[in-house]
Design a protein around this ligand. Structure first.
Ligand code: N01
Length: 536
């Protein structure tokens, strides 16, 4: 691509997680562009840089949770466990970045705060926290969908004399729990992963649960050398399976409706899937997210399993008081989460029944009781899917801001682009299958799609690309229509809809039509001459 005097880089990538690193490689090494990546943290890793809490582990299986675009990377790396720990994933990303020599084109510790589009030159000016400006033609936001932490505004937080942590911003030096009394607020995936670990280390652990959660045993284990060798001999087959599936996982694609399966057989299938564990449990039938009765049966099956484990009747009642269909909130997988409540020094408080009223100097007050703590852990999640994008002041054509355009909920075409923000791409944004899938598969799709778009522009001498209003509006309608065919949006209290963040517009954000179908739609759009996109 021809360089002009006016730009510092042909493309700027923001964020050095899985998506940003691959995007840097693809544009720089496949298209030969000048590209620079800016990262707010002082090192790479994205989610896996920040989420260092005890027990942090991926719930996609390790050999599927990695880059498949390079057979060399696949052959060189060896995962040790079925579900990789945060530390191992971070090592993997460092390994990939070193193999691809990416660090030379990354600036760390420099948050991008603003980006402004100039309609005449069709160039973006990007402003970073250190006050410097960079001019570029393309911006690829790889800022992550679960990276903007959500810390509830509880009265008195600043008065607390102990230590406060959020799972998503965990201190690098770790936390010493020995002899400490610890509160954990939140029982999503992060809480459910960290509570068993904190429970082992602290003298007293008290869990503040607002919404109880279904959780599937992960059944984590060391990978055998035979498994690793077989995997390495058949990576393309693993990829084929993942790309055929809705979720980008390599599990067998379900073909049976739970509701039509006779009871004895159904029970056997559920028990087998339970003993295998992991998110694949949900996939043993294909109607769990569309048929209320099927879902109820599966939900009751899980509640019974929890009741079998938790001996204390009061704790068991709090943990199983679940009033929404399984998997309509993102289901966690766990290692001995429910078992942890059999320990005498691990307690649970139902804060739906007895809400937190304030944080005091010494602990937490609920309506009926005061608790005393040395440490409070917020496992309270993220301003998901839009939070990190909206932290940046994005100004497009006609001085439109992204904040304004997304005021009533995010608008995108394919989750990738927004009208009036030409040449700006978002990876795994709202409208993308993203969080409903095994992320690296969606990320690889997006990076390759964006790279192909930019290559198409170069070949055809186009200077700008953006979706039409019609395409964007129709895509958002399609995202809603697809979600409405499932039980997903019926559970109103979920970060999928943004309802965990006060004041956020409540719209079902990810594309629930499946990664396989989404990929097909994108391919058809390209074959149809990039239908829905305008090129200048
Ligand atoms: O966050 P969450 P998370 N007062 O939003 C509670 C991914 N992930 O960090 O449900 C009291 O799910 C909230 O209660 P409620 C994964 O996609 C992946 O756990 O809103 N409680 C809930 O219990 C996951 O889904 C891995 O009523 C409050 C909890 O805090 C996503 O990240 C590991 C509250 C938040 O749960 C987010 O998970 C970890 C308040 N004011 C995470 N506000 C992998 O393994 C919120 N809560 C890949």
């Amino acid at each position: 691509m021809k360089k002009t005097e006016e730009i510092d880089f042909e493309a700027i990538v923001i964020g050095a997680g899985f998506s940003g690193l691959y995007q840097l490689h693809a544009l720089r090494d496949k298209l030969g562009m000048s590209v620079h990546l800016f990262e707010a943290a002082d090192d790479l890793g994205g989610t896996w840089y920040w989420n260092r809490y005890p027990g942090a582990r991926c719930d996609s299986e390790s050999h599927t949770y990695c880059y498949y675009f390079s057979e060399e990377l696949l052959q060189e790396w060896e995962w040790s466990e079925r579900y990789p720990e945060q530390k191992e994933i971070l090592e993997y990303l460092n390994f990939a970045a070193d193999r691809l020599d990416l660090r030379t084109d990354i600036t760390f510790s420099n948050r991008i705060t603003q980006m402004v589009f100039d309609e005449e030159s069709l160039i973006w000016t990007v402003l970073s926290e250190d006050g410097r400006e960079y001019r570029t033609r393309f911006i690829i936001n790889a800022v992550g969908c679960l990276s903007s932490t959500n810390i509830p505004n509880i009265l008195g937080k600043e008065r607390f004399e102990g230590s406060i942590y959020h799972t998503g911003e965990w201190p690098h030096e770790g936390v010493d729990f020995s002899g400490k009394s610890v509160a954990v607020i939140g029982t999503g995936s992060s809480g459910i992963q960290t509570i068993p670990e904190v429970g082992k280390l602290a003298s007293q652990t008290t869990v503040f649960q607002r919404t109880p959660n279904y959780s599937i045993p992960a059944r984590n284990e060391k990978l055998s050398q035979t498994f690793i060798d077989n995997f390495k001999a058949s990576t393309s087959e693993w990829m084929r399976k993942m790309l055929l599936s809705r979720g980008g996982h390599a599990w067998p694609i379900p073909t049976r409706h739970l509701i039509d399966t006779p009871e004895l057989e159904r029970r056997k299938i559920l028990e087998e899937a339970w003993s295998v564990g992991g998110l694949g449990f949900r996939e043993c039938f294909d109607d769990i997210l569309v048929n209320k009765r099927s879902n109820l049966i599966m939900s009751d099956f899980i509640k019974d399993k929890i009741k079998d484990v938790v001996k204390d009747q009061d704790k068991s009642a709090i943990l199983t008081n679940i009033d929404y269909p399984f998997s309509t909130k993102r289901p966690p997988i766990d290692t001995e989460y429910f078992e942890t409540f059999n320990e005498e020094n691990v307690n649970i408080v139902d804060i739906k029944a007895d809400p937190i009223t304030e944080i005091t100097a010494k602990g937490i007050k609920t309506r009926s009781k005061e608790f005393f703590f040395d440490i409070i852990i917020f496992a309270t999640g993220f301003d998901a899917m839009t939070g990190s994008m909206l932290k940046i002041d994005v100004i497009g054509r006609k001085k439109k801001t992204l904040k304004d355009v997304w005021k009533a909920g995010p608008l995108t075409y394919l989750g990738l682009q927004v009208e009036d923000f030409p040449n700006m791409f978002i990876l795994t944004g709202p409208g993308s299958p993203s969080v409903l899938t095994n992320m690296p598969r969606t990320i690889e799709h997006h990076v390759e799609f964006v790279t192909a778009c930019i290559s198409h522009m170069v070949v055809n001498n186009f200077r700008a690309m953006e979706p039409t209003n019609k395409a964007m509006v129709e895509w958002v309608e399609h995202v809603n229509e697809v979600a409405d065919k499932t039980l997903l949006p019926k559970t109103k209290h979920s970060w999928y809809l943004g309802s965990n963040v006060p004041g956020k517009p409540q719209v079902f954000m990810p594309y629930a039509g499946g990664l396989n179908n989404y990929r097909d739609i994108c391919s058809e759009i390209v074959e149809d001459g990039y239908r829905g996109f305008n090129f200048t």
